[in-house]
Design a protein around this ligand. Sequence first.
Ligand code: C2E
Ligand code: CA
Ligand code: CA
Ligand code: CA
Length: 280
Amino acid sequence: AKEEGRNTYRLYRAEMHVEDHQHLALETALRNTAETGEGLDVHYQPLIDRDSGEVKGAEALLRWHAPGLGEVSPGDFIPLAERSGLILPLGRRLMQLVAGQLQAWREAGLTPPRVAINLSARQFWQADLVDEVRRLYEAHGLPPGQIGFELTESTLIDQHQQAVATLAALRDLGCHIAIDDFGTGYSSLSYLQELPVTTLKIDRSFIRGLGESRGSGAILAAVTGLARELGLRVVAEGVETEAQLEALAAYHVTLIQGFLTGRPVPGATFRERYLDRTTA
Ligand code: C2E
Ligand code: CA
Ligand code: CA
Ligand code: CA
C-alpha cells in the first residue's frame, strides 16, 4: 500500500507538471497576443427591445484564437488575463477594435446601436480609465453614449465613493452603465440607488429556471420591481427558448439578449444581419 501511495503521488506530481506547462504556454501566448493583437477578434451579440423587436444595443465579446493552440474560450483566458494583469493591454486592444469598428460603420453611413464593453475590476480601477475612454471617443469621432460598459457587483462594492465618482464621469460622456450578472453577487440592493448606473442585466441562471421552478420567478419579480422603482432598464440575459421569452412577459424587462434572439457573431455578420437592413 505504501508503494502504491508513492506511485499515486508521483502520478499526481506528473499531472501537475503537465498542467503547469500548459498554463505557462497559454500565458506566454496571451502575453504575445497582448503585445501584437494577433488572434484577437470581437463578436457582437444583439440586445433586442422586447416590445418593438428592434436592435437597441450590442455586447462586445472578446474572442481569442491562440496561435498554435487554437480557439480558447473567454471563460478560460479572461480569468488568466485578470490574474496576470494582461487584462489591461488586452482590454485596451478590445476598446480600440470596438471603437474602430463603430467608426467604420458610421463612415459607411450606418447607424450602429450602443455597444457595451465588459470591464474587469482591474480595468475599472485604473486611474486613467475615464481619460482613456474620452480619448477613444475623440479619436474615432463617436457620438456621446456610443460605447457603454458592463461591470459586476463585486467590482463596485468596495471603495463605494470612488466607484460612484468614476461611474458619474463615464455617465457624463453619455455612457450607459450596466451591472452584469445581477443577482449572483453580493445582492445588497440598497447600494444600487446610490450608483449612477442605467441598466441591470439579470444573470441567466434566473432565466434558465423560468417556467420551471417558482423560486426564480420570485427573485425575478423582486429584482425587476426594484429596477422599475429605480428607473433602471432591465436586460434578460441568456434567453434560449420561446417559453422563457413568454414567461418574461410578466416582468418589467426592457431588453432581451440570448441565443433565441441572436448569438454573438463577427462584426461583418452583425452588419449584414442588423445594420444594412435598417438603413437601406
Ligand atoms: P458575460 O459578460 O456574462 O457575457 C455573456 C456570455 O453569455 C457570453 O459568453 C455569451 O456568449 C453567453 N451567452 C449569450 N447568450 C446566451 C444564451 O442564450 N445561452 C447561453 N448559455 N450563453 C449565452 P462568452 O462570450 O463565452 O463570455 C464569457 C464571459 O467572459 C463574459 O460573460 C465576460 O464575463 C467575459 N468576457 C468576454 N469578453 C470580455 C472582455 O472583452 N472583457 C472582459 N473583462 N471580460 C470578457
Ligand atoms: Ca457582460
Ligand atoms: Ca452577464
Ligand atoms: Ca459573466
